[in-house]
Design a binder for this molecule. Structure first.
Ligand code: C2E
Ligand code: CA
Ligand code: CA
Ligand code: CA
Length: 281
């Protein structure tokens, strides 16, 4: 009875404690992961729906943790955003992707048509050194800036739309392309949207999934494609998994597609084999 009485004062949940330790440990590991070169970039093909060819790739980061194995972005990106570490991770991904694209472009003669899309977190987007970092990488790699594209979410640019517009204009002034990622999931006001200097709307995969086989229930997808084209922007559908979705997207005039139907994200060696083996190059 004595022991029980004592225990009542310990408001202590071993599960929560374990979880807290896990997060702390992960944060520690994350801080060291850049120096230890534990990150790796995978590349997912983006397909032109008009000619069926690879138009470019999206760079997607992976973490090869020394003891946990591959950690998916879904697990560590939120923590990286919270701690601000994402700005350095994104810079590293940008640097790696630009370097990689140069290698591919040298391998294939039709080099100018390949583009690389890189995710730009809100943290890096609002970072005081963003433009400096971009310029440094462009200078170092001598990559044609037109073959680089940033993917930014609606919420990142709507947060402070006046400041955002200035940064977006600076990016466009460098000929880098701009895409709104996960379009339709945020709360962008249409009256603002058309003032941003964009190139592409990327339709969120949740909307692509909702398109069903019944062609009169395609949800928001036809409207987003129409909106993109009205604003003279191109439309990319992400998360394309089925031939039925592809057929619908093509009939709606969607410009590009990305998803497991075409390919999973690949490591850079596989991409090199893919483009080296492709007769179009
Ligand atoms: P996202 O930018 O929307 O990227 C698309 C995600 O969908 C990727 O997940 C990709 O592997 C996955 N995907 C591609 N095709 C299909 C498909 O047909 N079906 C399904 N169900 N999924 C598909 P991933 O690589 O796990 O990345 C998840 C998210 O993590 C990304 O979503 C992005 O928000 C973030 N992320 C990934 N890499 C980076 C990065 O370098 N920087 C930043 N800031 N965020 C990143
Ligand atoms: Ca993206
Ligand atoms: Ca997306
Ligand atoms: Ca997404």
């Amino acid at each position: 009875a004595k022991a029980l009485g004592k225990a009542q004062y310990h408001v202590f949940d071993p599960d929560m404690h374990q979880q807290a330790i896990r997060v702390l440990q992960l944060e520690n590991d994350l801080r060291r992961a850049i120096q230890r070169e534990e990150f790796i970039v995978y590349y997912q093909p983006i397909i032109s729906l008009t000619n069926g060819r690879i138009a470019g790739f999206e760079a997607l980061v992976r973490w090869r943790h020394p003891t946990r194995g591959m950690v998916s972005p879904a697990e560590f990106i939120p923590l990286a955003e919270e701690t601000g570490l994402i700005a350095d991770i994104d810079t590293w991904v940008l640097q790696s992707a630009c370097h990689q694209l140069l290698i591919w472009q040298k391998t294939c003669p039709a080099k100018e048509i390949l583009t690389i899309s890189v995710n730009l977190s809100r943290r890096l987007f609002s970072h005081p050194n963003l433009l400096e970092r971009i310029d440094k990488i462009l200078h170092k790699t001598q990559l044609n800036p037109e073959s680089l594209k940033f993917e930014i979410t609606e919420s990142a640019i709507m947060e402070n739309s006046e400041e955002a517009n200035k940064i977006l204009a600076e990016i466009r002034r460098r000929q880098i392309q701009l895409s709104i990622d996960d379009f339709g999931t945020g709360y962008s006001s249409l009256s603002y949207l058309h003032t941003f200097p964009l190139n592409t709307l990327k339709i969120d995969q949740s909307f692509v999934k909702l398109m069903d086989k019944n062609t009169n229930n395609m949800g928001l997808v036809p409207m987003i494609i129409c909106m993109a084209h009205t604003m003279k922007l191109s439309a990319i559908a992400e998360g394309v998994e089925t031939p039925a979705q592809l057929a619908q997207l093509r009939s709606l005039g969607c410009d590009f597609g990305q998803g497991y139907l075409f390919s999973q994200p690949l490591d850079s060696k596989l991409v090199l084999e893919l483009i080296a083996a492709d007769p179009q190059w």
